[in-house]
Design a protein around this ligand. Structure first.
Ligand SMILES: [Zn+2]
Length: 346
């Protein structure tokens, strides 16, 4: 019996070694912050702060920045008269602070597990490719992370039940992009970015129709549309027409055509969406554009860039009884599941 316990203990120890991979997350940038750590309460100001200091957990197991609890420890750096606070913690603990922000904890467990593998793959990709003081920030430009406050029973369970699992494609971990709703078909990554991965290609999705963003309509005032076009270098003060010039294979707009009194101009769909704002032009899967008195009406489908996993599609697939591996291999065709330990040893 004693031998059996020793064996289990060694297995658990080896397992913990495999996944003892830390991630560095930028959680604050500014001139002043407060830290509560094993050293007690400190108020930090960029005026008096020297180059670097690290803070460790209090007796309750957390370290606090601006009253918010975090796992792991926090290092504060001074850079160009600003303070940068970086939370260094175990990758699995980090994911527990992410998942609730990126998916509803009431969603089906298999959809949450798919999201956990996607978030872990994205984070591992960043860890392996980052330079500098941190791997990710805590905003939607990386993944939204808010420490212990974001932890919930079901999202933590989804992280635990997929512990260490990541998506691999073309022999490397996938920078696993995801988006809210694809509107019926996902996008090929190389249409948007200099990224040509065989598993980041367009696939059909019949499961995201429950999304409130599956179909959308948005009005943009003509004056505002003109000012967006001016920012893209298009000349003219009156808009005669605005239409779809060219679509890519997924049906998304590659180019619009804008005609003013100065002539007709080709406008990149991607750049137009960036300038207009992703909340206004929710996606480039636009079915129709109508020029009406005073404004232009866009009718489209989906929300987001459309690359990788459609979150509402994952929700629909899970509700239809599919498991997280089926969801992942649908949205990342050809990808397989490997482990953080396997990838990190290379
Ligand atoms: Zn979809």
């Amino acid at each position: 019996m004693k031998i059996l316990f020793s064996f289990i203990y060694i297995l658990l120890f080896l397992n913990s070694l495999c996944f003892a991979l830390d991630v560095r997350v930028l959680i604050f940038k500014g001139r002043q912050c407060t830290v509560f750590s094993s050293y007690g309460f400190r108020r930090l100001s960029s005026d008096s702060f020297t180059s670097k200091q690290c803070f460790y957990k209090t007796k309750d197991g957390f370290v606090y920045l601006n009253n918010n609890p975090y796992r792991g420890h926090i290092c504060v750096y001074k850079e160009k008269s600003m303070l940068l606070a970086v939370n260094i913690l175990n990758l699995e603990d980090y994911l527990k602070g992410v998942l609730y922000n990126e998916a509803s904890h009431f969603w089906p467990m298999e959809a949450l597990k798919a999201q956990a593998v996607v978030a872990r793959s994205y984070a591992l990709y960043k860890i392996l490719h980052s330079r500098g003081r941190y791997d990710l920030d805590n905003t939607s430009s990386s993944q939204v992370y808010s420490g212990v406050n974001a932890e919930r029973y079901r999202t933590n369970k989804a992280v635990d039940e997929t512990s260490g699992e990541v998506l691999v494609c073309d022999n490397s971990v996938v920078e696993a992009f995801f988006h809210s709703c694809c509107g019926g078909r996902t996008e090929t990554a190389s249409e948007l970015w200099k990224l040509d991965l065989s598993c980041l290609i367009s696939v059909e999705d019949e499961y995201c129709k429950d999304s409130p963003h599956f179909r959308w309509r948005e009005k943009i005032e003509k004056g505002r549309l003109l000012s967006i076009l001016h920012k893209l270098g298009i000349e003219g003060s009156s808009l005669n027409s605005f239409s779809i010039k060219e679509k890519d294979d997924s049906g998304r707009v590659r180019y619009f055509e804008a005609c003013t009194e100065m002539g007709c101009f080709r406008v990149s769909g991607k750049k137009f969406r960036e300038k207009a704002g992703p909340d206004i032009v929710k996606s480039l899967l636009i079915d129709a554009i109508e020029l009406l008195p005073g404004y232009v009406l866009f009718k489209g489908r989906g929300w987001g860039h459309g690359v990788g996993m459609c979150q509402w599609g994952a929700y629909g697939m899970a509700k239809a009884g599919m498991d997280y591996k089926e969801i992942l291999t649908h949205f990342y065709p050809g990808a397989s599941i490997s482990s953080v330990a396997e990838i990190s040893k290379d």
